[in-house]
Structures are given as C-alpha cells and as structure tokens.
Design a protein around this ligand. Structure first.
Ligand code: C5P
Length: 251
C-alpha cells in the first residue's frame, strides 16, 4: 500500500493526483468500474461510500487495489465503541487506505476506533465533523446552536485529542481547522463546486482552488465529475485547478 499523504508531503509540491478523490456514488460495482475505466490514468484515489459498499462490499475494494488505485472507504461509522472497533476490524484486511468515523460519536467511540486502527493493515481514520450538506439551520434542528464553524472546530479538536489525525470538513471551515490544528493533520474537503455546477444537496461549498488555498490536503468530488458529459475532462480540469492553487508562486 502506498503511503497516505500527510500535509507535509501534500504542502506545495505534491501532485494534484494525490489530492483528488473521486466519489463513486453508484449502486453497483459494474456502474462504478465503468467510471473508473474512464478515469484510469487521470485519477488515483476513489471513494467508496455507503451506497456502493452495501452493494459491492470488500470485493470491490480488492478490485480497485488490484488495479493499483487507492481507496477511501467512507462508511461514516457511528455506533457504540465496541461495535465501531469491530467494524474497523472487519474492513482492516480489505485494503482501504482511509476510513471515516463520525466525530459526533464521542470521545470513547473515537478512542476505541483509533485503537482498532493501530492493527497492521488497518486504514487510516478520518473523523467526519459536520456534513457539508448541513447549514446552521439544519444544525439547530438537531439541537446544536453553535455555528457550523464552531461545531466543526469542536469536533476536530475532540477527534485529534482521541488520536485521530485526519478530519473531513467543508471549505468554509478548512482554513480555521488548519490554523488551529496545525500542519500535521490531514484535512479532506468535500462539497467542491465550480461556478455553474449544480449544488444539489450540498450547502457549504467552494471551488477546488479555494479549498486547496485554504489548507485542504485532499478534495472529494462526486457529481461534478460523475455527472459530467466527459468525466475525464472534468477531472483533468480539476487537477489543473488543484495544481495552480498549490503553486507557491501564487501565494
Ligand atoms: O457529488 P458530491 O461532490 O456532492 O459528493 C460528495 C461526496 O462526499 C459524497 O460521496 C458524500 O457522501 C461525501 N461527503 C460529504 N460531506 C461530508 C463527508 C462526505 O459530502 N462531510
């Protein structure tokens, strides 16, 4: 398995390819692999989320790994500590490089997850802070009166204190989380939209260039690539944007 990028290796010189994760939000392995075929050569990282994992399981992760691709397994685990630790054990040998748990599961759950992820072959954990589909009104609806920014920062700090070195947050908070938690944490940002893209169910969005400039280590992009007429062209244009944003001459 190749090394998981840390921000030090992702700072200004790392390749755009190691920073773009394509979300395979498809209902079956054949549908997902059709897109992978179209992007092979351009993209290295693919995200397997709930829809695809429930349909295709660990077998698909092994297939992607067999093609030399990196897998981000986005299961957003959120359960009691013992169950989350067991779930991490069940996917440990599948070959995913990154796996998500919900930071909202609390300190005991996060610590149990971090411990389970110490086993050889386990994926590196990312803590999901506040879903990029939630705005302040949605948060109030579940009893969180703080702003998304404050809640993201609270959960990111909690995850880090429990031994989890990576977080998922939107481009709206990534700058603050980066400056508060430093350069060692891996920050993964979904909700990437260019001018003219449909926002869909996302709420806290920004362009790829903005997210990188604010401190994102890696970006997750789904529909702007998967629904594009030419997915490879869409991916290549995002890769070029990431390259430009990571160019020290621009800072
Ligand atoms: O299609 P789109 O670019 O909106 O896809 C974003 C992907 O990132 C989806 O697969 C979604 O599950 C995931 N994600 C997210 N917000 C989070 C964590 C993951 O949108 N906080």
């Amino acid at each position: 398995m190749s090394a998981i990028p840390s921000i030090s290796s992702l700072s200004l010189s790392s390749s755009a390819k190691s920073r773009l994760i394509v979300a395979l939000d498809y209902p079956s392995a054949p549908a997902a692999l059709e897109l992978v075929d179209r992007l092979e050569g351009s993209c290295l990282w693919f995200k397997v989320g709930l829809e695809l994992y429930y349909a295709a399981g660990n077998g698909l992760i092994e297939t992607l790994r067999g093609r030399g691709l990196e897998v981000f397994l986005d299961l957003k685990l959120h359960d009691i500590p013992n169950t989350v630790a067991g779930a991490i054990g069940s996917v440990t040998q599948a070959g995913a490089s990154l796996l998500t748990v919900h930071a909202g599961g609390g300190a005991a759950m996060l610590a149990a997850a971090a411990e389970a992820a110490l086993r050889p072959g386990a994926p590196r954990l990312l803590a999901v802070t506040v879903l990029t589909s939630m705005d302040a009104g949605e948060l109030r609806g579940v009893g969180v009166m703080d702003t998304p920014q404050d809640q993201v920062l609270r959960l990111a700090r909690l995850a880090k204190s429990c031994g989890i070195g990576g977080m998922v947050c939107s481009a709206e908070e990534v700058g603050t989380v980066r400056s508060e938690l430093g350069t060692e944490v891996v920050l993964v940002t979904p909700g990437i939209r260019s001018n003219g893209d449909a926002i869909g169910d996302q709420r806290r969005v920004a362009s790829a260039g903005e997210a990188i400039q604010r401190g994102a280590s890696m970006l997750v992009v789904g529909r702007p690539i998967t629904q594009a007429k030419d997915p490879a062209a869409a991916a290549n244009s995002l890769l070029a944007e990431i390259d430009r944003a990571g160019d020290p001459a621009l800072h």
